[in-house]
Design a protein around this ligand. Structure first.
Ligand SMILES: *Cc1c(COP(=O)(O)O)cnc(C)c1O
Length: 431
């Protein structure tokens, strides 16, 4: 209990799980005020893909500050914005043959989602949005309406309208193609489902439990959307910027979304920064119609440009993600096989992985034990039953292996000190 806990709102959350005072951070390490070091597999919920205080990005900011570069500019034209736009266009969009306009929104991810939902409704003249089970899109009213989680929805205080939820890939089990279900509802004039302006989804659901959509499912969704004039919004806030192995999570999956949101690791340095990519014909905004005071975070422009040039022009990072992904997957499969049931699933892609522990308390005790052992990670999923791993993409192999060692050791300790073995066995019998 900190002295300021009575002052700060009850809404605080992560600091409750890791009740120490942090003072410094470097690469994949967080250091508390007593000098204890923790490996960070939380990475600001995926907003530190290149690690804490990345030296390349840090030096760019220091230089920029020393030159009295503009820090705040509303959306005035600045050199740093110009440089970001040129670099993003030349190094990210063009090589991928992606023709989009860039809209800078307010600095939070949820604001980029709001902008996407608004423009989709404005362009199509339709009101409804289709979102998916376990989807997470932020907590402002528009975005939280498209978020499945009851805990977050409960904070809204008003009815959350105009979003229809459909089952995500795999939601009804491996054998059910949930797009068939969706197609039937959209085709049937009496299904009660109005044609929506857009679908909004993550290709890998981050907060929702690391649920990975297959290329085939995404392609069928795109086909269906084309047929009914429904726009596709890919919310790449958490799994974009390299998390799944490519800059955009949907690369190579055979879909061309109409709108894409980016935030979390976009600045690369943990600075607030969000944007919306729109197909040019969708850009029907009137000047200032969706605005915001903090659309010009120039320090974020500087670090985002540096991150692109450092990590996305050469292809070393992509190769490193492939190697790290293999290390993670192999080790997590091994760890999962040590549970007393084969129902424990490892899900993920690139460098976002989760172990579905089935039981909420078990996942939370593993998180707690990891923390005691010097590893910070979070849980996710409908019941917080999934232990989630989000290491920095450029983590050293040594740190990655150390973190996985701590995870394995912590799980063993929790199993040895508790009745979970028996509970898990009993759960399986009940099924
Ligand atoms: C974190 C997140 C958001 C919301 O971003 P904030 O910056 O917290 O508002 C939206 N969508 C996804 C997929 C996210 O992971």
């Amino acid at each position: 209990m900190k002295q300021t806990d009575s002052l700060e709102s009850e809404v605080r959350s992560y600091c409750r799980a890791y009740p120490v005072m942090f003072s410094k951070a470097k690469d994949s390490h967080l250091i508390d005020k007593d000098g204890k070091s923790y490996l960070d597999f939380l990475c600001g919920a995926g907003s530190l893909n290149y690690g804490h205080n990345n030296p390349v990005l840090k030096n760019k900011i220091i230089d920029y500050l020393n030159q009295d570069g503009i820090i705040h500019s509303l959306d005035l034209a600045t050199e740093s914005k110009e440089e970001f736009l040129n670099s993003f266009s030349k190094n990210i969009l063009s090589p991928r043959n992606m023709d989009y306009k860039v809209q800078f929104t307010g600095p939070t991810g949820t604001n980029a989602v709001e902008a996407a939902l608004k423009i989709a409704r404005k362009v199509t003249g339709r009101t409804k949005i289709i979102s998916f089970t376990n989807g997470f899109h932020g907590v402002t009213l528009g975005a939280v309406a498209a978020t499945g989680n009851q805990h977050h929805r409960g904070g809204a205080g008003i009815p959350l309208n105009d979003v229809i939820f459909m089952p995500f890939d795999g939601y009804m089990g491996k054998k059910v193609n949930t797009i068939d279900y969706m197609r039937r509802l959209l085709e049937d004039n009496s299904s009660g489902v109005d044609l929506p302006a857009a679908v909004v989804l993550e290709t890998v659901q981050g907060e929702g439990g690391i649920n990975v959509a297959s290329s085939q499912w995404l392609q069928s969704l795109q086909e269906l959307c084309k047929e009914f004039g429904i726009l596709i919004i890919i919310d790449d806030i958490q799994v974009g910027c390299g998390r799944t192995g490519t800059f955009f999570s949907f690369e190579g999956m055979g879909i061309q979304p109409d709108l894409v949101t980016l935030s979390k690791s976009l600045s690369g340095f943990g600075l607030p920064f969000s944007l919306l990519l729109l197909k040019p014909e969708l850009d029907v905004w009137k000047p200032g119609e969706h605005n915001g005071t903090f659309r010009g975070n120039n320090m974020a422009f500087v670090t985002a440009t540096a991150a692109i040039e450092e990590y996305w022009v050469p292809d070393e990072l992509e190769n490193q993600i492939i190697l790290n992904s293999k290390i993670m997957k192999a080790r997590l499969d091994e760890i999962a096989s040590e549970f007393p049931t084969s129902d424990i699933q490892v899900r993920g892609k690139g460098m976002i992985y989760g172990i579905d522990c089935i039981l909420e308390d078990l996942a939370s005790e593993i998180k707690q034990k990891c923390f005691e052992n010097g590893l910070i990670l979070e849980t996710c999923g409908s019941d917080d039953q999934v232990v989630k791993l989000l290491p920095a993409l450029n983590i050293s192999e040594d740190d990655l292996r150390k973190g996985l060692d701590i995870l394995e050791k912590s799980i063993k300790q929790v199993m040895d000190e508790s009745d979970y073995k028996k509970i898990l066995e009993a759960e399986i019998v009940q099924k």
